[in-house]
Write a protein that binds this ligand. Structure first.
Ligand SMILES: [Zn+2]
Length: 101
């Protein structure tokens, strides 16, 4: 993503705390990458209840990390979180998922 581009978006699964509806909601890649890489606070929202948002809990962040995957985080690292520095998992070094066999 280059400076000046429109914000890149990613769809994430969220569960509305008000009505329990599960849905895919679009979030800015930059916000997601920062939150998932550095435990930065992240606010979630759901289309079923426009105008309401909630702060992602630790279990929610973990679920989102699992959903997004480490390879994606490397590909979309905004360059401010330094995930590559302390990365020890093999898939972090590769930077992307291995091709399907
Ligand atoms: Zn709802």
């Amino acid at each position: 993503m280059k400076t000046g581009d429109a914000l890149e978006m990613i769809s994430l699964p969220v569960t509305c705390p008000i009505c329990g509806t599960r849905s895919m909601t679009d979030f800015a890649v930059l916000v997601v990458a920062t939150a998932l890489n550095s435990w930065h606070p992240m606010w979630l929202f759901a289309d079923c209840h426009p105008g309401s948002s909630w702060r992602a809990s630790a279990p929610e962040i973990l679920k989102l990390r699992e959903f997004v995957g480490h390879a994606w985080l490397i590909d979309h690292d905004p360059g401010t979180t330094g995930i590559a520095k302390g990365a020890t998992l093999p898939d972090l070094k590769v930077g992307r998922l291995p091709p399907m066999a």
